[in-house]
Write a protein that binds this ligand. Structure first.
Ligand code: ABU
Length: 391
């Protein structure tokens, strides 16, 4: 029969391999969703961060090259503050990546780069599924070696946590053949809309590709966006990889999003389902879920999908390459507590109306570094088990 968890947040009906984690000693890596009580996290760094040069998978919307020292320092102050807040107010262990000089060139047998990108976004690169951390393929050449910034941390976890699984998803060649060179980069042209509506992007299906940030973890169910940073073959790789442990992988699309990149400012969990009420996922109202995907994945489920509250302003800081919907890119530190950018008032009001207390931090200077609070963090350990939220 089905057994509800002590806090009624799901049903334990998974295979023993997942449930056995319950009694493990000296576990470091354990995270199944975005809301269980947070215990350990990685926060990225802004140092040596560069806007990548043009490459088949990316056309920079601004001048490429290293961010100014002024902007790097301002972001570092806010990231360091986030570290202090999580450590002192939330009792969370915080780890930081190595500050690798990504302003340096790189060369592989298939491509060469004048400079690389940066290590601000562990969420983009590393995927935590229970006791496993995957270094994902990434989809742009400039990010090929990004996971190396976390190698010391990964090695440390591997030595101390005898149950930790450390996986590297097959490294792609990122050769020219992996990209659709005729992709219409002009976001406003009609052709672009047609490509996106047909779920066709600048990456093709030659080899598996996915950035970790395309994966939304809901316990046993992993919702993965096909996008400019994940192809169908990458999603299929993930499906086969986790299948024997009882996970289900659902591909999802947002056909109105003309630059689909990373699911965490498009669909985000706020409240898990309980015996008494449905869970809540917020969806960016400018990027609704494809009707057929909504029906296939969520109809009859324990999840309610509602519009996310609007950003406080639609104006992003100068040189920011993300959308104003970073307002949704919050960090839940438990089922009733979230860290939110201090100016995102509609989000704060909405969370508090749901009984989620907000810790407000200044974070807008970090928006220039590829994302917000969720992108710049990776929850490595949350107190909780792997539940089925789709019984
Ligand atoms: N990496 C998340 C950015 C998503 C957005 O621009 O909306």
């Amino acid at each position: 029969g089905l057994v509800f968890s002590e806090n009624n947040t799901g049903v334990l009906n998974g295979p023993p391999a997942v449930q056995q984690n319950k009694t493990k000693a000296m576990t470091i890596v354990n995270s199944h969703n975005d809301w269980d009580p947070l215990e350990e996290i990685i926060i990225g760094v802004s140092d040596f961060w560069c806007v990548p040069n043009e490459e088949p998978g990316f056309k920079p919307p601004q001048r490429s090259g290293k961010r100014s020292d002024e902007h790097i320092d301002k972001a570092a102050i806010q990231m360091d503050n986030l570290e202090r807040v999580l450590t002192s107010q939330c009792n969370v262990t915080v780890r930081r990546p190595e500050k690798i000089d990504f302003t340096q060139p790189a060369k592989t047998p298939f491509f060469s780069l004048a400079h690389q990108h940066g290590a601000s976004c562990p969420r983009d690169t590393l995927l935590v599924i229970g006791n496993e951390i995957m270094e994902t393929t990434m989809s742009r050449r400039a990010r090929y070696f990004e996971s190396m910034a976390y190698r010391k941390i990964m090695n440390d976890y591997f030595e101390k946590d005898k149950e930790m699984l450390w996986t590297m998803v097959p490294k792609p060649t990122m050769a020219d053949a992996m990209y659709n060179v005729d992709f219409p980069w002009d976001i406003n042209c009609q052709e672009r809309k047609q490509w996106i509506r047909n779920y066709k992007y600048q990456i093709n299906e030659t080899e598996p590709l996915f950035d970790a940030a395309e994966v939304l973890r809901l316990g046993k169910d992993l919702i993965v966006q096909q996008s400019t940073t994940a192809n169908k073959k990458g999603i299929e790789w993930l499906r086969r990889h986790v299948k024997s442990r009882g996970y289900r992988v659902h591909e999802i699309h947002f056909p109105d999003d003309l630059y689909p990149i990373h699911i965490d400012s498009t669909l985000a969990p706020l409240v898990p389902p309980t015996k008494e009420r449905k869970g809540i996922l917020v969806n960016c109202p400018e990027r609704p879920i494809a009707k057929e995907d909504k029906e296939r994945i969520f109809e009859g489920s324990n999840w309610e999908i509602i519009d996310a509250p609007p950003p406080n302003t639609m104006t992003v800081p100068d040189l920011c390459m993300s959308s104003a919907w970073l307002s949704m890119n919050m960090l839940l530190v438990g089922p009733d507590r979230a860290v939110v950018e201090e100016t995102e008032i509609p989000t704060i009001n909405f969370l508090e109306s749901l009984g989620i207390k907000c810790i407000r931090v200044p974070y807008r200077d970090c928006y220039r570094f590829g994302g917000g609070l969720h992108c710049h963090t990776l929850d490595v350990r949350r107190r909780g088990e792997c539940y089925n939220y789709f019984p």
